[in-house]
Structure formats: structure tokens, C-alpha cells
Design a protein around this ligand. Structure first.
Ligand code: HXC
Length: 288
């Protein structure tokens, strides 16, 4: 049974807007990234999701494919984003089976709670390697195809008409907001996310002339995600929910909708930006 659409996408988008597009996503078997990819597949894209666990990644890929009859979704497990050659092999398979890459979501991440004293140098390095080096490797492996897609789908600067073949050459990094203010027991993740943000900004400037866009989605507390489960004790959930400015946690659909926006024609002139999707959580925590 396909997952009901309201679980991963609002009614704001037209079916088929991503027809003939291919999305490549690391961390694609996770709760947030799988919703992002499912939304894009629902709207016409084919997809390749990358994970570390073979069985889980293949199962999630099959499940995402039910979002649209005829969708092609490949799940490639056993990929460690810290190893560029792992990613290059996955990219080769994606291009061979799906014909190219138009959109990339760099979502693979590692996280655990640890004080600076508890954190070994190797633990710090592990998170930096998964998050920062992994995001860089994802870009590096997909860049030739993103450049090609960006060139093909570039909007004409004189007519201002959207490209008749849609959009492409776009990358989104899944980051966070914790490094805007600092958070105890999350030093390693905060430093890593700041690095990812800097990477995205640099790509926007360096590869804008090639027709590429690069943006960050910074989720706040999103219900039923591994990240939230790791960070928030279960007995604190109710009080923390009530304290949110909108009185609720985010839903994965909120992140999926933001993704669709940034990859769509509507988001054509948005690059080098961070789209914070957190219901004003971090402003509240920072004191307004
Ligand atoms: C202290 C820890 C630790 C912990 C691991 N380490 N867990 N240190 N507290 N809870 C240390 C280990 O002791 C080791 O250091 C080093 O980290 C590497 O551990 P390994 O298990 O060998 O590494 P690896 O298999 O590469 O695991 C990576 C990982 C792990 C990051 C440590 O947690 C992981 O694989 N996570 C993947 C899934 C995940 O985290 N998803 C959540 C994403 S949520 P020593 O010194 O002993 O060798 C998310 C939300 C972010 O990202 C947004 C925040 C708001």
C-alpha cells in the first residue's frame, strides 16, 4: 500500500513537475530524506537513494517507488560517504540506470550526545568525516552530472521564461540550526553543520555561472525522526512541544515541501541560502 500523500507532501504542487528528472540522495533511507525523495518521486522524478545498510536501503527504495506508478527508485546500500570511490561507483550506477542526475540531496549524517570531555578526537573526527567530508564527496562525485544538468536547464536571462524542460543542476544540503547559537553535547555536530553551510555557500558562488543552485535546508525539531529521538528525552517531549511557537513539532512533510520548492521553477533564483524549517524554534531558543 502506498503511503498516503498527506504523509509526505502538501496539495500545493502540480503532478508531473519533475517528470524525467533524477534525484540522487545520500542518507536516503532515513526518515527526513526518504520523505524528501518520496515527494519528488510523487511529482515525477526517478531516484537513487544511498545508505549504509543494504537491506534497509533497498526496502525503503521499493517503498518510495510506490509513490507513483512507473517510478524507478534504486536503493544502493553499503555506501560509506567518507569514501569517495564508494560514492563514485553509486553515481555511475545511478547514471547508467536512470540516465543522469539533476538534483542532489546530501543528507547523510552522524549524531550522538556527548560532552566535550566525553568526546574522543576520533569521535569528533567521525562526525566531521560523515557530515563534512561526506557532503563534499557527494558533491564531488555528482558534480559532472549536476553541471551538465545545470547547463541544459538554465533559464534564459533575456526572456525570463523558465526552461521548457524544467529545472536541474540543483543541490540541497540537510543541515541544522544548532550551530547558530551553540548547544551542549552537540559540539561535534555543530562544527560539522557549520562546515556544510560554508560548503553550500561556496558552491552557489563558484558554480552559479554553470547554472547550478546550492541551498541548505535547516530542519528544526521534526517529529518521529532519529535525530529528535536521539536528542530529546521521551519525558520532555510533551512540554517541549507545547513550548514551540506554533505549538507543534515539524512534520517530515514540511521538509519535503521545502525541498520541492527549492528544486522547482519557483525556486529558480534562490541560491546560496538557508531555508530554516523549524517553526521559529531556534529564534525562540535564542531569546527572539
Ligand atoms: C561518545 C561515541 C558515541 C557516543 C560513538 N562514539 N558513539 N562517543 N558518545 N554516544 C565514538 C566511538 O567511541 C569512536 O571513538 C567514534 O565515535 C567512532 O565510532 P564508530 O562506532 O567506530 O564510528 P562509526 O561506525 O563510523 O559511527 C558513526 C557514528 C554513529 C556517528 C558514531 O553514531 C553513526 O553511525 N550514526 C549514523 C546514524 C545517525 O547518527 N543518524 C542520526 C542523524 S540525526 P573512539 O575514540 O572510541 O574510537 C542528525 C540530526 C542532526 O544528524 C541535527 C541536530 C539537531
Amino acid at each position: 500500500m502506498p503511503l498516503p500523500k498527506e504523509e509526505y507532501l502538501s496539495n500545493s504542487w502540480k503532478d508531473g513537475i519533475f517528470a524525467n528528472k533524477v534525484v540522487f540522495c545520500t542518507g536516503g533511507a532515513g526518515t527526513i530524506c526518504s520523505a524528501q525523495v518520496r515527494a519528488l518521486v510523487h511529482l515525477g522524478a526517478n531516484a537513487c537513494i544511498i545508505g549504509r545498510n543494504v537491506e534497509k536501503t533497498e526496502r525503503v527504495a521499493q517503498d518510495i517507488a510506490t509513490a507513483r506508478p512507473g517510478a524507478k527508485v534504486i536503493g544502493i546500500g553499503s555506501v560509506d560517504v567518507r569514501k569517495l570511490d564508494n560514492l563514485q561507483q553509486a553515481v555511475e550506477r545511478c547514471v547508467k540506470e536512470l540516465g543522469g542526475i539533476d538534483f542532489v540531496i546530501a543528507g547523510a549524517a552522524g549524531n550522538f550526545l556527548a560532552s566535550i570531555e566525553q568526546l574522543s578526537a576520533n569521535a569528533f573526527k567521525s562526525v566531521m568525516d560523515i557530515d563534512v567530508l561526506g557532503s563534499y564527496n557527494t558533491l564531488k562525485a555528482t558534480l559532472p552530472y549536476l553541471k551538465e544538468s545545470g547547463k541544459k536547464h538554465r533559464m534564459d536571462s533575456k526572456s525570463l521564461k523558465p526552461s521548457p524542460i524544467g529545472t536541474g543542476g540543483r543541490i540541497i544540503f540537510v543541515s541544522a540550526t544548532i550551530h547558530y547559537r551553540g548547544l551542549p553535547f552537540q559540539t561535534h555536530v555543530s562544527v560539522a553543520k557549520a562546515g556544510i553551510d560554508a560548503l553550500s555557500h561556496s558552491i552557489a558562488i563558484e558554480y552559479g555561472p554553470r547554472g547550478m543552485t546550492s541551498n541548505i535546508i535547516a530542519p528544526g525539531p521534526i517529529a518521529q525522526t532519529e535525530g529528535l529521538e536521539r536528542l530529546l528525552p521521551s519525558d520532555a517531549v510533551e512540554a517541549y512541544t507545547k513550548a514551540q511557537p506554533l505549538g507543534r513539532f515539524g512534520h517530515v512533510r514540511d521538509i519535503a515541501d521545502a525541498t520541492v520548492y527549492l528544486f522547482s521553477d519557483t525556486g529558480s533564483y534562490v541560491t546560496g541560502q538557508t531555508l530554516v524549517v523549524d517553526g521559529a524554534n531556534w529564534r525562540m531558543s535564542a531569546g527572539g
